[in-house]
Design a protein around this ligand. Structure first.
Ligand SMILES: Cc1cc2nc3c(=O)[nH]c(=O)nc-3n(C[C@H](O)[C@H](O)[C@H](O)COP(=O)(O)O)c2cc1C
Length: 184
């Protein structure tokens, strides 16, 4: 008899840090080889066409990589925790906006609903942060989130200290190894 190991289920939530969309999608391509991925997008990713691509293009890419329909509503994200739909949640990229909502218990997007739903059952959340105000207005939110049980961060650094002294961006290439360690 051949036993097939069930793949670990990872919910992968994408926020509107559009300049990092390609980085996020590259990491998603790697993770999908190893994990069963459940893709989630924020309302802004679902609707905004930017100089980095249209909302429709982004949706098509993600759905074709994951071979799954994207969760793009609050009611779609609500059962992720209670119905045991994911072992861990990755938020990649996480905007300053979404982080601010997470640490202030504001649940008005599919991504913030997914976070709340996973925290409810004490599952780990890995945040890949990117924001021009990481060391500015968002710094207090980063500190709060760092001090919250079950929330972890991919290491981040200043991406342009001269022109954007408050900007912080995660090292996306470290996502996969960080995910492995939080799953352990
Ligand atoms: C082209 C473009 C790039 C953006 N890049 C970022 C970013 O890297 N980080 C960030 O925090 N916000 C960024 N924003 C702003 C967010 O999209 C905005 O705060 C939005 O409300 C985020 O919604 P969400 O967190 O629900 O996805 C960008 C906006 C645009 C139009």
């Amino acid at each position: 008899m051949v036993f097939k190991m069930k793949k670990t289920k990872i919910a992968f939530a994408i926020c509107g840090s559009f300049c990092n969309m390609e980085n996020s999608i590259s990491e998603l391509k790697k993770l999908v080889k190893k994990y069963d991925i459940l893709p989630i997008i924020s309302f802004n990713v679902a609707k905004m066409d930017t100089r980095f691509g249209t909302a429709a293009e982004t949706r098509k890419k993600i759905e074709s990589i994951c071979s799954k329909k994207i969760i793009d509503s609050i009611e779609g994200a609500e059962p992720i925790g209670p119905k045991n739909m994911a072992d861990a949640l990755v938020v990649c990229p996480c905007t300053g906006n979404t982080l601010a909502k997470i640490v202030n218990a504001i649940t008005d997007t599919p991504v913030t609903m997914a976070v709340k739903s996973m925290l409810r059952i004490q599952r780990p959340i890995l945040i890949c942060f990117a924001s021009n105000d990481g060391l500015g207005a968002s710094a207090q939110n980063l500190a709060k989130a760092r001090n919250t049980k079950n929330i972890f961060f991919v290491p981040m650094a200043k991406d342009d200290p001269i022109n954007k002294p408050n900007s912080l961006v995660a090292d996306f290439s470290k996502l996969s190894e960080n995910l492995e360690s939080i799953l352990e």
